[in-house]
Design a protein around this ligand. Structure first.
Ligand code: ADE
Length: 290
């Protein structure tokens, strides 16, 4: 079970980009388990379909919309149709993003721009549009998912540059939009968060195993451990926190393992819980929707 109080997000409505897979999927699951209504957005319709079937089929609590966050017109449409359907947007989680590993010397401008467009410009468009159409007048909470790029991001320099920029955008918006009742924070998962989606993105199958050496907790993190940080920041428990970036990395960004060896240990195990599909009730008539 989520560490947060059952029913905490009853009557809340969340938009989660990239909410069908990996970290986004864990966020979707935890929000649903706290009784939030969730709209997931992704470029890929099959992913959305599969997530709905697996997480919460035939219920208006989980709906989905195909949207490429790089395209302003698609984002405008996503936000306006969500407002038509649910009447509000309480939470925005900008999790959709992506990159490809490459040394900078081999990157084309096209490849560079694609990663900047998705991770930085896509996040900017999402934030701006949700703000313009809803949060400007009604407030809300935004969480941007970035990455562990604090010591540089070799082989992912485009993504590191974009994610660092989103960290800074988060700070600017926290100040600009406080007077409108908007809190906005970022969560930076370590590269050591294991999910099948992340694993399939890495060409080196042993990468996760080797990553453990650089983590003081001597284990990989889970997508649920990222999700609980996101749900905390969305919750009233974080009501005085804005413009911050919360690292969820088991201490790896602070640790130089060549200087100081930490023995293998299991003193800081993961907090994990099993997702249970929500029951639909009388007030919640089944309505298939994609
Ligand atoms: N996830 C990765 N890239 C995306 C994009 N361009 N739009 C929406 N979700 C995404």
């Amino acid at each position: 079970m989520s560490i947060l109080r059952p029913g905490l997000f009853k009557d809340k409505v969340a938009l989660v980009t990239g909410g069908a897979t990996g970290i986004g999927r864990a966020i979707t699951q935890e929000l649903l388990s706290l009784d939030c209504k969730v709209v997931i957005a992704s470029r890929k319709e099959e992913r959305l379909h599969a997530a709905i079937q697996e997480l919460c089929p035939n219920s208006p609590r989980l709906t989905a919309q195909v949207c490429n966050i790089r395209h302003e017109d698609q984002v405008k449409h996503l936000v306006s149709s969500m407002l038509k359907e649910h009447g509000k947007i309480d939470f925005l989680v900008n999790n959709g993003g992506g990159q490809f590993p490459s040394p900078v010397a081999d990157m084309s401008v096209k490849g560079w721009n694609a990663v900047i467009d998705t991770n930085l410009t896509g996040t900017f468009i999402m934030c701006r549009e949700v703000y313009r159409q809803w949060m400007c007048d009604h407030g809300g909470v935004i969480v941007n998912i970035i990455a562990d790029m604090f010591r540089g991001f070799p082989m992912m320099a485009h993504s590191g540059a974009a994610r660092a920029a989103v960290g800074n955008l988060t700070k600017s918006l926290s100040v600009e939009w406080a007077q409108n009742g908007v809190r906005i924070n970022a969560v930076a998962p370590g590269s050591s968060i294991y999910s099948p989606t992340a694993a399939s993105n890495y060409s080196d199958p042993d990468l996760f195993n080797r990553a453990r050496a650089g983590i003081p907790m001597k284990r990989l993190g889970t997508t649920q451990e990222v999700s609980s940080a996101v749900c905390f920041l969305l919750s009233p428990g974080a009501s005085f926190i804005t413009g911050e970036t919360l690292k969820v990395d088991g201490g790896s960004s602070l640790y130089s393992y060549l200087m100081w060896q930490i023995p293998e240990h299991d003193k800081l195990p993961a907090y994990s819980w099993t997702y249970k599909k929500p029951d639909t009730d009388e007030d919640d008539p089944p309505k298939a929707k994609l």
